[in-house]
Design a protein around this ligand. Structure first.
Ligand code: CA
Length: 216
């Protein structure tokens, strides 16, 4: 397994590289965003540890560029402690996980192992099912590359189904996960929304599993 560490703090960079190679990984390192971006763009890594605050190019930009270029390797972001907005931005940019500084090296190692195991999953903030793409970052749905205008109810519904791709989702589950207490809990309402979505998508991507629910 080959890893990349992008961290501008020289001590921390060295410490991480040491711990990772002790754990049996092959490690490359970079101390600024530009070099880090170049390495991640040209070399095949099994995972990347990416600091958010970097000289030349910040970590979020590095990650966004990789994802935009189709680089799907798992990325663990290093964020400043208590900066919840960093964590949100990192995950939106396509990070698979994050660790807040200061951290224990063991935690980084454990999270990396998990990321590498899950690497077959979604590495970007977009989920694709057939011709339908869900952009979770911008809360948009595209059909064959074209934006589909959806109401917030319709968006939440398709988003839930797409996040549970391949699973049968019951009407009850949809109501419980998507709507607040005041929502009309008549499950026929869900049927109406599904009907509208099917019309807007002109597609058979939402399957009805008789007596059980829906599946994408
Ligand atoms: Ca930094």
């Amino acid at each position: 397994m080959r890893l990349l560490v992008v961290e501008d703090d020289a001590n921390l960079n060295r410490q991480l590289c040491q711990a990772l190679s002790d754990a049996g990984y092959v490690v490359d390192s970079a101390t600024d965003g530009e070099e880090g971006h170049f390495l991640g763009d040209t070399e095949p890594y099994d995972a990347v540890i990416l600091d958010i605050g970097l000289p030349e190019m910040d970590g979020l930009t590095v990650l966004e560029k990789w994802r935009a270029d189709g680089r799907t390797m798992p990325v663990l972001m290093l964020t400043a402690r208590d900066r919840w907005s960093d964590k949100v931005s990192g995950i939106d940019a396509g990070a698979d996980d994050y660790v807040a500084k200061p951290f224990h090296t063991e935690e980084v190692l454990a999270r990396l192992r998990a990321l590498i195991r899950r690497a077959a999953g979604h590495a970007s903030s977009e989920i694709e099912i057939g011709p339908v793409t869900l952009d979770t970052r911008q809360s948009k749905v595209m059909m064959n590359g074209e934006l589909v205008k959806l109401t917030s109810h319709e968006y939440r519904l398709i988003s839930y189904l797409m996040h549970h791709r391949g699973e049968i989702v019951s009407r009850t589950e949809l109501i419980e996960h998507l709507y607040d207490q005041d929502f009309d809990r008549d499950s026929n309402t869900i049927e109406v929304f599904v009907g509208r979505l099917r019309k807007k998508l002109h597609s058979e991507v939402i399957e009805t599993v008789r007596g059980l629910g829906y599946r994408m």
